[in-house]
Write a protein that binds this ligand. Structure first.
Ligand SMILES: *Cc1c(COP(=O)(O)O)cnc(C)c1O
Length: 226
């Protein structure tokens, strides 16, 4: 089942790229395996998937040791400062940095381990009260502080768009984030790369790709409902 659903998602990603005149290689599929068993991750792995997303530190810690070592784990969920230490050397990318305080904690723990940590800044584009993340206008000021943290490297931006019936309703959210992404890239801020734009989930990834996403985080459409 995972195999067929994965194939369908990969086809849709490819078609969205073609519609947008983009190279499908620009878009990385992150299979969001939260709450799903190791056996299902293994199935996706056998189909060639290497990027998996989890939203709980504990789940990464449990799954990582029993799965192949070339899996790239993405931390996509809200991260508490007291869990930073455990996850920074397990995840290749932390998508959900939503405060300078959290980035500072990552800096401190990364310095102790003498490692570099790649992060994305999470943006609450639609200003939803229920969501974490910087508001659009807060992103650049935050980046200007975080750029001075020698062990933390900002690679781009991430958003979780509102839950909507029709994915077209989120097109404007993705457009706004893409604009900010391009704008910040053009400023060539030291220690800020802006080569990753993580947006799009099961309900809206095709629209997100049309609007410039370079990573899509897809759970339900691959592994079924949770
Ligand atoms: C669960 C989750 C996803 C995947 O959601 P689906 O709708 O199942 O594709 C993507 N991003 C984040 C941050 C999530 O927590």
């Amino acid at each position: 089942m995972v195999k067929e659903q994965l194939k369908e998602v990969q086809d849709r990603i490819k078609n969205a790229c073609i519609r947008a005149g983009r190279n499908p290689e620009e878009v990385t599929l992150i299979a969001v395996s939260k709450t799903k068993p190791v056996s299902m991750i293994q199935e996706a792995y056998e189909e060639g998937i290497r990027d998996f997303g989890e939203n709980k530190v504990q789940e990464i810690l449990e799954k990582e040791p029993v799965l192949p070592g070339d899996i790239r784990w993405h931390m996509i969920g809200h991260l508490q400062r007291n869990k930073v230490k455990q996850v920074i050397d397990k995840a290749v990318l932390i998508h959900s940095v939503d405060s300078v305080r959290l980035a500072r904690q990552i800096e401190e723990e990364a310095a102790k381990k003498d490692i570099q940590v790649d992060i994305l800044l999470e943006v609450n584009v639609a200003r939803e009260e229920s969501k974490f993340g910087f508001f659009l206008e807060e992103v650049e000021p935050a980046a200007m502080e975080i750029k001075d943290f020698p062990h933390v490297h900002i690679r781009g931006l991430m958003t979780i768009a509102p839950f909507v019936e029709n994915s077209e309703e989120n097109r404007n959210v993705f457009k706004k984030l893409f604009e900010l992404y391009v704008d910040m890239k053009s400023k060539n801020i030291d220690n800020v790369t802006m080569d990753v734009l993580s947006m799009g989930m099961s309900g809206d990834y095709e629209v997100a790709i049309e609007e410039g996403a370079t990573m899509v985080r897809i759970g339900t459409s691959i592994f079924g409902s949770r």
